[in-house]
Design a protein around this ligand. Structure first.
Ligand code: 6PG
Length: 243
């Protein structure tokens, strides 16, 4: 489980951008396309903006990249809270990505139906193969959630490979999230975590006692590679050897 720890958030973002490019180039060379599940929230916006600028934008065959979402808020795609809107603004529109390459969650449907529809969308994209993303980007909440796998929610124990709705008590809102079994089928998973407010969660998830109900990101154990891209502030609670 490689930890890429850098002095600043900017250095972390460049490190992950380079990794993203490498993963995309390998996938396109090997399989003719690159499927990526994007994370939401605040942390990845700067990564997306970086990927859409020189030199990274010139280094990927963007017309061979297919974009999914690791989770989505139960809001319209125009809502400021929408992960899809953030990705559109920061990455997809600047790169003029065709709609046919982007697979948003249909949040016009009720949450359970939206999750079922998204599961079918993902299955149809990968059919007849298993749903194996080339890369899953994930963030980490200060309560150790990732995607919308929040502490003490039933979705943490979901065994199906797909998307599920989850009511998040602390947000008083529904979300749609990919399940841990689907995320763990990925060829590669990369966490992007920076800022001192995440240090405790990083320590709990990487080094703490296993308790997935308390620290859901501990569920992430992909068949492929697992990388952590951290700044020193987020890695501060890890022992020096681990960071
Ligand atoms: C979301 C994300 C979520 C996020 C963490 C960290 O939809 O909010 O998928 O899992 O990665 O909450 O969010 P920040 O980067 O904003 O701290």
């Amino acid at each position: 489980m490689p930890l890429h720890v850098h002095a600043s958030a900017e250095a972390v973002l460049h490190s992950l951008a380079e990794y993203f490019v490498a993963q995309a180039q390998h996938a396109v060379a090997d399989r003719g396309r690159f499927s990526v599940a994007l994370s939401g929230g605040n942390s990845p916006r700067k990564l997306y903006e970086l990927l859409a600028t020189t030199p990274y934008r010139e280094q990927v065959a963007w017309d061979q990249v297919y974009f999914f979402f690791g989770d989505e808020r139960n809001v319209p795609p125009t809502d400021p809270e929408s992960n899809y809107r953030m990705a559109r603004e920061a990455l997809l529109d600047p790169l003029t990505i065709a709609d046919s390459q982007v697979f948003p969650v249909d949040t016009a449907l009720p949450p359970a139906e939206a999750a079922e529809a998204y599961t079918r969308t993902i299955q149809a994209f990968f059919a007849p193969e298993e749903a194996i993303f080339d890369l899953v980007l994930l963030g980490l909440g200060d309560n150790s959630h990732t995607a919308s796998l929040f502490p003490h929610t039933p979705v943490l124990h979901e065994t199906s490979v797909g998307a599920r709705e989850v009511f998040v008590e602390e947000k008083k809102a529904f979300r749609i999230t990919l399940t841990a079994p689907l995320l763990n089928q990925a060829r590669a998973v990369a966490f992007l975590v920076y800022g001192a407010d995440k240090a405790a969660a990083v320590h709990q998830v990487i080094q703490g006692t296993r308790n997935v109900d308390e620290f859901p990101a501990q569920l992430i154990a992909p068949a492929g590679e697992l990388h952590w891209f951290l700044d020193m502030a987020a890695a501060a609670a890890l022992p020096p050897a681990a960071s």
